[in-house]
Design a protein around this ligand. Sequence first.
Ligand code: BG6
Length: 466
Amino acid sequence: MPHKFPNDFLWGASISAHQTEGAYKSDGKGLTVQDTRVRDNHEIADFTIASDHYHHYKEDIQLLAELGVQIFRFSISWARIFPNGRGEVNQAGLDHYQDVINECLQHNIQPIITLNHFDLPQTLEDIGGWSNRETVDAFKDYAITVFKAYGQQVKYWLTINEPNVMLLVDQKILGKQIPIDEKYQQFHHLMIAEKYAFKLCHELVENGQIGPVPNISLVYPATSKPLDNQASLYFNSVRNWAYLDFSCFGRYNAVFSDYLKQKGVTITFAPDDEALMKENFPDFIAMNFYTTVTVEKPTDKNNMTEGISDQQSEDIMDWGFYKGVTNPYLKKNQFNWTIDPDGFKTTLQTLYDRYHLPIIITENGLGAKDDLTEDGKVHDPYRIDYLKQHIEQCLEAIEAGVDLFGYSPWSAIDLISVHEGISKRYGFIYVDRTEKELKQLARYKKDSFYWYQKLIQTNEIPPERR
Ligand code: BG6
């Protein structure tokens, strides 16, 4: 077999609305929790202008066409369509995404749309956000509206981005800590909202395909001590399988249920939830992956502080269950995230083994500080290295039997990181701005752009760097 990707493999690039669009109050858009979020660091860029993709989308899609991608993953800002989260539709918002979709299709790029990526409309947050069942009803109306508006043209849909990371890293993503009982009632509502999205997509979008989009990272035990293995069992369930078992099997994961019991958390079900869970399933799994996690069983309560400071850093902890530790076998990036391409393959194999559904990677990439040279170049060999190592593992996973049908890394253009500003760049396309200085927001192709372009043209990993 040639060491090559299949001809119909889908290459893409991904972004989210609030991290790129800016125009946070333009053309009738309502505020979202990302616009109002309390920040712990005021020195970094916020989302008000971001990469100004709202005004640059034509140029950005033109660049993506030049890159050669077949798919473009972006999210719709719910508050552009429903400024108050529900009620009256904002036609300008609907028109905007129609224009974006048309632009993609004109360039033979298929949109793959995330319904919601961390940016709940603020008016829904004001009634309790995902803690309030009414938010699920509002989400249903929003999903119906966008499926009807764009379903003729858009066939790939994603539900709610990384509900697992959003709940685990609430402080960093939402700017507040959610009390544990509320957090897992939110889990139930988010997952029920997702079930409605599966159902509605299948009813309203002819030949539509929809998948969940969690951030999946295998959790390793720190040692072969039986209790460290138990710690990894619990964190694997709380972080990964609780979500996908709900999406793909229509049930609460048993280890997760025990965790909830030990935490004294009771979930309230609505009358139709049980049936909805068991009757609606995804067509594929969209997986976001950055690195793996390593945990031990905590032994010293005094050494524990509450909460998780970052989605991939090692300081996850939950007394009685697990505590993150540094994996001594892995290198780290500039932002303290470990790098584990072998773990990527193992995560893919584990996922396919558990769920037997086609998989697409919708995020994977390296956050790094890039420099724009005076002659308009960005030399980012570190990003090429990261991508190369991870794409190699995708190919190995396919050769090992995993049904992986696409790879859409993070990110298409530079965007504002969840909590580390614009200095932590992920894009193939450099956006010229600093944390505080907007400059012209001009776009420049990085070395990784040309490397990825060559990969897409040949379906083979280019041996050399540009
Ligand atoms: C994913 C999110 O968890 O990680 C993205 O879906 C995010 O929105 C990405 O940007 C990288 O994380 P960060 O913290 O570097 O922005």
